[in-house]
Design a protein around this ligand. Structure first.
Ligand SMILES: [Mg+2]
Length: 465
């Protein structure tokens, strides 16, 4: 029987189109209705021939610098990513030569290539930015929000917390916290430096660590802060100073009556260790000695060689990855799922721009019910949310961020004009030919320069003047 055909459209292809429209209709309607750069997304992209053609960067001067990257492709689709705050974009750009010509949709393969260049702290920022940009591209190509690429959305909104700068006068400090509450936050954190007590006789020992008297003063700060918060409101504390294991136990036990959500990075500095937060034995000794929840992790990269031992040994009660150091969406999802399996809570550190912010919100939306809150370090910076377009404003409303469903990838674009007003130095995503060479380039044979030829004969092809 002859197949009915009209203007090149078969009944079967019409049904396929109808099914696709039913599946993607709302998403594409939203995309078509937008006025942002998402319109540049190539909806006819051929995923199998997609290739990375460039990586460029700029750096926003903010509360901390925000190094931003853009990965371009041969089909006009591009992805945005962010290197860890106060880091430098070069840690991402050194990956460029290793990615040129690769298909960005092969996310795991590309990340495997980059892993040898990643480490803890700011050294995790390049890998993490790459992961974000790849998920931004993949989301745009497949027409799905970034969280869909790593799991199912378990939280429609992500709870936000912010730290609160300390003041030696408890009344002034409490007033600062009252302002945080007035911003609509529902989860709070206070800096609790031992050094606040330096002018109080007998409060600190010769190492600058609180005596029993000093711990009493620190507890007065917590009590003053508690007084301006709703009863039982989640309250965490950070930045205690140079504590060793025994100091940490004394501090954590003193805080027990105040039921903190966590005591953070008690071991910021520990006996010459480069990465004190990886010292799971020390953290286990502390957390086994107190019921104050113990947390660390903002400078840890990766699950393997990073969070895994802390989690395997239940050395902390909660972890605190920063998606701009921990490895981006995919690795942070693995870390959070592993923590869930071990019965450990997950919070998120963040002190970057809305680019890393939304990477974190998409990622955290897939976490289990053990997710606590994600930090925002820019509540006092009015233009933070002006850096981007495409997401509902205010980004933080009543202490939460809504995780977008209706826009592909990370779901936002840079507001070029605002970003350009705040550049650390001139240049907005300028060409980066200086990063075209591999930084681990393998074995060289042949060519115009000195080398051994295929017969093993030394060929000194050039003469240096
Ligand atoms: Mg911290």
């Amino acid at each position: 029987m002859k197949r009915r055909r009209r203007a090149g459209i078969t009944r079967r292809s019409m049904m396929r189109s109808a099914a696709a429209a039913a599946m993607f209709g709302p998403l594409f309607q939203a995309t078509e209705g937008s006025v942002s750069g998402q319109e540049r997304v190539n909806k006819n992209s051929a995923p199998s021939t997609l290739k990375i053609t460039d990586m460029r960067a700029c750096r926003v001067a903010a509360n901390y610098d925000y190094p931003l990257i853009r990965i371009d492709t041969n089909q006009g689709v591009y992805g945005l990513g962010e290197v860890r705050d106060a880091g430098v974009e070069g840690i991402a750009l050194i990956l460029k030569a290793h990615l040129l010509g690769k298909n960005p949709l092969n996310i795991e393969a590309n990340l495997r290539t980059a892993r040898q260049f990643a480490n803890h702290g700011r050294m995790g920022g390049g890998y993490s930015a790459l992961d974000m940009a790849l998920h931004d591209i993949a989301g745009k190509v497949y027409g799905v929000p970034a969280h869909r690429l790593i799991g199912n959305k378990n939280h429609d909104r992500v709870r936000i917390y912010a730290d609160t700068t300390s003041h030696p006068d408890p009344k002034v400090y409490a007033e600062r916290m009252r302002k945080r509450r007035a911003m609509g936050l529902t989860f709070f954190k206070m800096d609790l430096q031992s050094s606040m007590l330096k002018d109080r006789p007998g409060a600190l020992n010769e190492r600058g660590v609180c005596t029993e008297k000093g711990l009493g003063y620190l507890c007065e700060y917590i009590a003053a802060i508690r007084d301006v918060l709703p009863p039982g409101a989640p309250l965490a504390a950070d930045h205690f100073g140079r504590l060793n294991v025994n100091d940490s136990i004394r501090y954590a036990r003193a805080f027990e009556p105040y039921q903190l959500s966590w005591a953070e990075d008690l071991l910021q500095i520990s006996e010459g260790a480069i990465h004190p937060y990886l010292n799971w034995q020390a953290y286990k000794t502390i957390s086994d000695a107190t019921v104050t929840p113990v947390l660390t992790g903002e400078d840890i990269f990766g699950l393997q060689g990073g969070f895994q031992e802390l989690l395997d040994h239940h050395a902390v009660d909660a972890i605190h990855p920063d998606i701009e150091t921990s490895g981006g969406l995919l690795e942070t999802k693995k870390i959070a799922d592993y923590a869930t399996m071990r019965g450990i809570q997950v919070a998120m550190h963040h002190a970057g721009s809305p680019i890393g912010g939304f990477a974190g919100y998409h990622c955290a939306s897939t976490f289990g019910d053990n997710f606590l809150a994600m930090e925002n370090h820019a509540l006092d910076m009015p233009w933070w949310q002006d850096l981007v377009t495409g997401v509902p404003k205010p980004i933080i409303e009543n202490g939460y961020v809504k995780v977008p469903d209706d826009r592909p990838g990370l779901g936002l674009e840079l507001n070029d004009a605002v970003v350009k007003q705040h550049l650390r130095r001139p240049g907005y995503f300028e060409p980066t030919p200086m990063f075209d060479d591999l930084i681990v380039s393998g074995f060289h044979t042949g060519g115009a320069w000195p080398h051994y030829d295929e017969t093993g004969k030394w060929c000194n092809c050039v003469t240096y003047e």
